[in-house]
Write a protein that binds this ligand. Structure first.
Ligand SMILES: Cc1ncc(COP(=O)(O)O)c(C=O)c1O
Length: 357
């Protein structure tokens, strides 16, 4: 038996989730967010599966250039634009869109050498308070960009801070402030991340920018009302040992779990060296041969132990699902005090990636 710590990427699930997005935002075009190696799922396989999207978004040239080299002709938007003026010629040559969020980027564009103009998106800060121009500066930024020979088409973008909470009034206020900032100025608009796409029709605009929901995780903080999404990644390992432990036996480093009764405890072939969160506590759900079981004791680098009382028939070689089909990553993330985004992005290269149609 070889060691198995494997992420299966389900291309069909990615496509189905894209269809869910289109059903929720029928009037908008879809910019699929593929940054951070497509949220840990693998940039090029995900781009292949989501080739039906209208545009792709990444965070930097290192993520954009492989898309062009692989032949993807989509509009590719770099969500933080260029990181220095000397990147501008590559944006022009490779036809990449830059989000413009700061005055220094305007200066760079104004002093750029003549070349093919690049398409830009003005980022307006309507409440996220991370990147972007204040709403009152938006019209001035537009005028400067419009006068700049290095700039082609101009579009508008803002980012929603609290759309994951369907009751939070911040989102409506951000939409209003965005519209007011742009006023009568021309250009398509984009506001909605996954939560905005699935939960806030008022924020659909011309382009939605879903990320996490394409990978099959709910973007909402309330687990209830999970949209009909299919996990695009199943992370699995195998049981490599099963022991009968006695009441009072302590499991793993520091004896982090004490057996409350005589019980079976399994050892799975995956640990924090693969990216499974070390801080996941006792009771974090796992599936063993399809049965719900629970983490027992501290996660080790290469292994973790499982309370098998929920799967008493379990035997070495059985499949252990850490998240994916049958166990949404959000449930694991909730137990571990994190978010599905982080679980996906933290997988290490030791995890074998398989793409399944
Ligand atoms: C600017 C921007 N738009 C869209 C997204 C996609 O967000 P989500 O994965 O929540 O859909 C992100 C991701 O953080 C982002 O930074």
């Amino acid at each position: 038996m070889t060691r198995i710590a494997r992420a299966t990427i389900h291309a069909a699930a990615l496509r189905e989730n894209l269809a869910v997005v289109r059903r929720h935002a029928p009037g908008a075009r879809v910019m699929a967010v593929l940054k951070a190696d497509a949220y840990g799922h693998g940039l090029l396989p995900v781009a292949d599966a989501l080739a039906g999207a209208d545009a792709l978004a990444v965070s930097c040239l290192a993520e954009a250039l492989p898309l062009r080299e692989a032949g993807f002709g989509h509009r590719v938007v770099l969500l933080e634009g260029f990181f220095s003026g000397d990147e501008i010629p590559l944006f022009a040559e490779r036809r990449l869109d830059a989000v413009i969020h700061a005055p220094w980027q305007l200066d760079c564009l104004e002093s750029a050498a003549r070349g093919r103009p690049i398409d830009v998106w003005i980022k307006v800060d309507t409440g996220m308070h991370r990147l972007g121009f204040p709403p009152e500066a938006a019209a001035g930024v537009y005028r400067r960009l419009r006068a700049c020979p290095a700039v082609g088409e101009i579009r508008w973008l803002t980012h929603l801070a609290s759309a994951d909470d369907r009751d939070d009034p911040t989102t409506g206020a951000q939409v209003d402030d965005f519209e007011a900032a742009r006023g009568e100025l021309p250009g398509e608009v984009s506001l909605a991340n996954s939560a905005g796409t699935l939960g806030w029709p008022v924020a659909h605009g011309d382009w939605v920018r879903p990320g996490i929901c394409l990978y099959g995780a709910s973007p909402f903080i309330d687990g209830g009302g999970r949209p009909p999404l299919r996990p695009a990644m199943t992370l699995e390992a195998r049981l490599i040992a099963v022991h009968r432990r006695c009441k009072g036996d302590r499991i793993g480093y520091g004896g982090g779990f004490t057996c409350p009764e005589d019980m079976p405890v399994g050892v799975a072939s995956i640990g924090y060296g693969d990216g499974y969160p070390r801080h996941a506590p006792n009771g974090t759900p796992v599936l063993v041969a399809g049965h719900l079981a629970a983490l027992a004791g501290r996660v080790s680098m290469d292994m973790l132990c499982v309370d098998l009382r929920g799967a008493p028939q379990a035997a070495p070689g059985d499949r252990v699902t850490l998240w994916g089909e049958g166990l949404p990553a959000e449930r694991v993330a909730d137990a571990a005090g994190t978010i599905a985004y982080e679980l996906f992005c933290r997988l290490t290269p030791r995890v074998e990636r398989i793409v399944e149609e």
